[in-house]
Design a protein around this ligand. Sequence first.
Ligand code: NVA
Length: 311
Amino acid sequence: MRHFLADDDLGPDEQAQVLRLAAELKAAPYDAKPLAGPRTVAMIFDKPTLRTQASFAAGIAELGGHPMLVDGALAGIGVRESVPDVARVLGRQASAIVWRTFEQSALEQMAEHAGVPVVNALTDLFHPCQLLADLLTVQEHRGQLAGLRVAFLGDAACNMGNSWLLAGATAGMHVILAAPEGYLPSEEMFARATAITSYAGGSVAGTHDAVAAVTGADVVVTDTWVSMGKEGESAARERVLAGYRLTPELLAHAGPEALVLHCLPAYRGKEIAAEVLDGPQSVVWDEAENRRHAQKAVLTYLVGAAGDSDG
Ligand code: NVA
């Protein structure tokens, strides 16, 4: 049984295959019906959501399936029932489970016991569906991924920073994260990404120097300074991260051709200036749309693989 719990659950060839499929599904959104039945996909959100819920629900419907929203609070996952018991129950109702939650270890438990593919719709540690959408967006605008240079600015210790390390390395990109002391990914995460570069090409690095990171970048990425669950640290984070704001002046070091990505929600005037988010280099609305196409591709891939292993 294949799952998509972290970016490196797809190797380089598989990631490329999923991205090719995403582009095909984007070109003909209503042609492929691998969830015809309709087969149900359970979606559970333990944190706020807009893009993820909307894009999974629309995408599952386009694949001929039925998106079933399971209220995590009502279900009381891990409180009223253990994660393994919830997994066993949902696995008997649904062909796949999409879960946004806090702990990566809870998601891993779900995958261990569900008997159907489990997809990470964001945890504290990773946001791999977002990365597939980001890579699809870059590929559309640049025609390639391998060899491109990506600069990620701000709170690089969050799920997006970790996911850029793993997914960017898998795509053979050169990923440089710029963040203040204490806001870079763990050494273990860098080691995990470095291991990928040994067979996928590309490179990963961290720095405290935002200008050095952005200089020569093909893609400049940022994310909120205050990830979901960190709201209590807002004031301190805004102070510490202020030097990493993506302003027009900073973006100028990357050159006029560089793409700007942001997974959204964005806070104009904080991690990104309004002129940059709303400016000509920003591809954030393509990026948001591409969630649907990328997630349709990964669901198609996983449900197809589950069908093959059943047979
Ligand atoms: N790092 C952000 C991503 C939002 C999609 C968060 O976890 O809140």
